[in-house]
Every structure is written in structure tokens, then in C-alpha cells.
Design a protein around this ligand. Sequence first.
Ligand SMILES: Nc1ncnc2c1ncn2[C@@H]1O[C@H](COP(=O)(O)OP(=O)(O)OP(=O)(O)O)[C@@H](O)[C@H]1O
Ligand SMILES: [Mg+2]
Length: 362
Amino acid sequence: MQCDAKTIIESISTALLVTDSQLKVAFANTAAEQLFSMSRSKLQGIKLTDLIDAREKNLIETLQHSNVPTFQGFTATDITFSPDPHVHFHADMYLSLYTGRARGLVVEIHRLDYQQKLNEDLQRRNQNLAARDLIRNLAHEIKNPLGGIRGAAQLLEMTYSTDSELKEYTKVIIEQADRLKALVDRLLGPQRANPRTMTNIHYVIEKVLSLESMATQGRLRFEKDYDPSLPEIMLDLDAMQQALINIISNAIQALTESNTTYPTIKIRTRALMGALVGGVKYPMSIEVSIIDNGPGIPEEIKDMLFYPMVTSRAEGHGLGLSIAQNIVEHHNGTIECESTPGCTVFKLILPLTTNNNNAGSK
Ligand SMILES: Nc1ncnc2c1ncn2[C@@H]1O[C@H](COP(=O)(O)OP(=O)(O)OP(=O)(O)O)[C@@H](O)[C@H]1O
Ligand SMILES: [Mg+2]
């Protein structure tokens, strides 16, 4: 068997970069594209030091002051990389001298938290499923007798149609039963899936933004940062619109209730290489980030954010995020959240399967 070096370099799971003498990326293999979630054309020209988190001051200084042509090579362990302000991961980095026609550095990067992230994702997913099943079963148990209660109240109302005081009571029973039914229906979620259509994700986002802009009437700013080259994806349009509305409405509520100055919601779309969703690694996914500059998620609910009935708002039901997550999971995707005061990011990851039809199961 004949092996060529180029195919081997593209097949290995180690991310490999080669920089020029100015530390600018000149080459990136497929694993590096996946690790940094950037195409090689985007990676090319970026300085190695700009891919590393600014808090790694010593390492960045060492690299900036190193004389590449006489570089000795070294290993840096447990380094935080941050190719973009919203992405952080830990990795070991091995640097050696590239002695091709021009001098540069060969950089091998081994991600450290990959297995840990995989385990955490699966654990979180299982916990969410268990909580959701519990609530659904409870909702079913409430729904059946509720129909009976409402029906009996209606019969009473008809029987005592002349007694206005009794009619008041039956009216209360019927109203409250209807209110409870609406809540239970939200808890149970959509009962059947709609057909899916090949769609540009920006079409759905624009529709949601026009609705939300009308509702907010210029009281807050919507910023768009789209990657126009994203491929189309199979979507249940109504459901995906609902998921986005739930997340954006939360951001609007957080910004309005906190009286944030310059309240802004930014919608960012990107292609994501090698995303890990539910223990499966997808070559390409669409990432939609909804970023707001509000007060952030209250610390006490952060760990259970996507559970049904978890809320910090007096009039909230705590269902918006649970429903959004359910919808995104029906598209084989996932939602991640990172939040600090002043910056809350909800990231929807929607994988494209090989036939670009993500309607089926994994
Ligand atoms: N962008 C955000 N900024 C701050 N807190 C948020 C944000 N998004 C969600 N939250 C918090 O997460 C909680 C849960 O959100 P979720 O949408 O599930 O329920 P809710 O908004 O409280 O009620 P519902 O959506 O059912 O009316 C909210 O009560 C709020 O505390
Ligand atoms: Mg909500």
C-alpha cells in the first residue's frame, strides 16, 4: 500500500497548524478546522497568539519574543484557547521548528476537555429527558380529570342557568380549568410534527426578528452578524420559529426588566465544524447564537435552566427554554448557554447530516 503524507495529515485527529516566521497560520489540517470551528481559508493569516486566550500572558509573550529561525521547540500544557470571544477550550500544544523552504513553526494541538465535554453533554441530556418525562406524565394525569371537571361544571351551569350566584361559581371553575388546560398543553408540547422544508436559516431568523421588532418598537437594538454562505437545512419552520421566539423573548424580558442601558440583542450565524451533539460528532452544523447584554442568568437556576417549570419570573411558567430545547433536539441539535452579567449567549447547534436531511434520527 502506498501512503501519501498529505492524506495522512488530513486524516489524523491531531489539529495541526504551520505558521510562518511572523506566527501567522500558513497551513491548517482538517482536525484544526474542526477544533477552531473555522475553515482553513479563515484560519490562514490569523496569528497563533490570537487563537490563544489573552489570559495566557506568559505563553503569548514567549511566543511573541521567540526568534523563529532558531526556535528550540517546547510543549505547553493545559492552555486555554479562545479563537473567538464566545469559544473557550483547553488543549496541550507541541511546538517545533518547520524547516521547509521558509522557516516557521509546526503546532500540534490536543484538546483536553473533549471526553469530559462528551460525558457532561450526555449526562445533561439524560437528566433533561428524565425531568421532561416526569413533567409530561404528570401533565397527562392532570389533563384527563380536567376534561371531566370542566364538563361537569358546564352541566351544572346549564342545570342552574337561572341562579346567577351559582353561575358565577361554575364560571370560575370553567375559567380555571381552561387556564390549567392551556398550561398542561404547553407542558405536553406539540403533539405532532409538521412537515419539514429545506430552508435558509436566515429566513426563519428574519421572520422572528420582524415580529419582535414590531413588538419592541425600537426600544432595543437588534444586530445581525450572518454568515451568508450557510447551506440550507431541513426545518420544521413553525417549530423553529417558536424556539427562536422563546429564546429572544427571554432576552427582551431580561433587558427590559433590568433597564439595561443600550439594550442589544445580537444574532450571529456561523458554520461549525466537528460539533459534538448528543455524543455524535457532525462534520458540519449551523450555529445560531443569540447574545444579549442584559444582567445574565440568575446563578441559582443556571444548572437547571432547561428543565421545565424553572423560572425566576413571577409570571413565568418556566417552559420557554424547555420547549425550545425540545424543538431543537427534534432537529438532532442542541442548545448551549453561557452567561455572565453583561453577556448571555444561547447557542443553537443544528447539524447537517450527510444527505443534508436532518429529519431522521441519529
Ligand atoms: N437572556 C436571558 N437573560 C437572563 N435570564 C434569562 C435569559 N433567558 C432565560 N433566562 C432565565 O431563565 C428562566 C427560564 O426561562 P424560560 O423561557 O424557560 O421560562 P420563563 O421565561 O420564566 O417562562 P415562560 O417562557 O414559560 O413564559 C427565566 O425565568 C429567566 O430567569
Ligand atoms: Mg420564557
